[in-house]
Ligand binder design. Structure first.
Ligand code: SAM
Ligand code: SF4
Ligand code: SF4
Length: 376
């Protein structure tokens, strides 16, 4: 494999450092990695920008006015995204999630949705097309997204209390606008809607029960996400992680819960149902109960690099292949080559006392890419 690695530690350079994948012979059909995990899901980051500055994702001190976001020319165009996506679909991807940054900041995103919707799948089954959003622009965009063929949305909301929510998004954004987005998405048929709540100890864990009470009995599935050590800038500490078991314990004390079997093998969220039959919640325990052994997810960054793990330190530059005029067969072979060499299982190997693979004091180790860039 020819590698183009920029040997410096500045984050902005490291984000762009990438290996250009080898051009293997065409390999179509289903793929399996070194741990026998198939390629099933593709997350596409359509922008590295965001109108929020969530403290656990894009802290203001790092993502300030001097931060070098990608220039427009570096972004994959909708045509380029669709071409790459079609090759992934031919390799067995059945589910595509658009993310970012804040995906609804990308102009005319519904046009991309329409282009992806038109992709044929080898099985003939409809592609599952979803989007994760902070909800701020959702009320305005929901109908157009639905009309273009989006199936569902996941909305991030960390609190129902304005003061807490504003402390978390750090841009003074009110809860009511996000709730309006959720309502509109439901009204136009972008359900079943999932709401993601990242629980950060000492910041919003007092909101676990109010959130559970609010969404219990509604069509929304609330999912609690353990605060993760993604990227290299959120200052993650293990003692700020509230384990999912503790979330269940707190809810169960007031609202009895019973465990439910997963919908399908590889589902990231463990499911619990309210004992009175009024809906369910999900728990995503990336820290305390890692699920790497079932991880079937590839990520395409905003500038077209393929990452095989959320905690990766480098990506494989598919944009370079596209823009140097490589054929579908060649790019498809390169994707196969990367997936077949994949052995990532970061969360299963995570050490409790570290902020990532970067050992403290080791200034030469590569840093993990930021979640807003790679796509959450
Ligand atoms: N901006 C959109 C949003 O917030 O929904 C999409 C991108 S965001 C990176 C995707 C998801 O990652 C969100 O649900 C967010 O809460 C989650 N996330 C970001 N940083 C996280 C962290 N450190 N630990 C756990 N989840 C995180
Ligand atoms: Fe933006 Fe989403 Fe990250 Fe919050 S979690 S800063 S909304 S990309
Ligand atoms: Fe998948 Fe990497 Fe997360 Fe493990 S740590 S579940 S391999 S993305």
């Amino acid at each position: 494999m020819s590698a183009k690695v920029i040997p410096v530690l500045d984050l902005r350079h490291i984000q762009r450092a990438a290996h250009v994948p080898a051009l293997a012979e065409a390999a179509t059909g289903l793929l399996s990695d070194t741990l026998a995990r198939p390629l099933r899901d593709l997350r596409i980051s359509v922008t590295d920008r965001c109108n929020f500055r969530c403290v656990y994702c894009m802290p203001k001190e790092v993502f300030d006015k001097n931060y070098a976001f990608l220039p427009h020319a570096a972004l994959l165009s909708f045509e380029e995204i669709t071409r790459i996506a079609s090759l992934f679909v031919a390799h067995g991807v059945e589910k595509i999630r658009l993310t970012g940054g804040e995906p609804l900041l990308r102009k005319n995103l519904e046009r991309l949705v329409g282009m992806l919707r038109a992709l044929p799948t080898p099985s003939g089954n409809e592609l599952d097309l979803t989007l994760t959003t902070n909800g701020s622009l959702l009320a305005r965009k929901a109908q157009a997204l639905k009309d273009a063929g989006l199936n569902r949305v996941t909305v991030s909301l960390d609190s129902l209390d304005d003061a807490t929510f504003k402390r978390m998004n750090d841009v003074d954004y009110p809860v009511s606008d996000v709730l309006r987005g959720i309502e509109e998405a439901h009204r136009v048929g972008l359900g079943p809607i999932k709401v993601n709540m990242v629980v950060k100890g000492g910041l919003n864990d007092q909101e676990i029960l109010p959130m559970a009470r609010h969404f219990k009995g509604s069509p929304v599935v609330l999912r609690f996400i353990e605060y993760m050590d993604v990227g290299a800038s959120n200052g993650w500490k293990m003692d700020e992680v509230i384990p999912s078991a503790e979330v269940v314990r707190r809810i169960d004390q007031e609202l009895a819960l019973v465990p439910v079997a997963p919908n399908y093998s590889g589902e990231t969220a463990a499911r619990w149902q309210y004992a009175d039959g009024s809906g369910e919640i999900g728990l995503i325990s990336s820290v305390t109960q890692a699920f790497c052994h079932e991880c079937t997810r590839a990520r395409l960054s905003t500038e077209g690099k393929l990452y095989t793990c959320l905690f990766a330190t480098h990506g494989h530059d598919l944009r370079a292949l596209l823009r140097e005029g490589r054929s579908d067969t060649e790019i498809s072979g390169a994707i196969a080559h990367v997936w077949e060499a994949r052995g990532d299982r970061y969360s299963e190997l995570r050490r409790a006392d570290t902020t990532g693979p970067l050992a403290e004091g080791d200034s030469t180790a590569p840093r993990k890419v930021e979640m807003s860039y790679i796509g959450g």
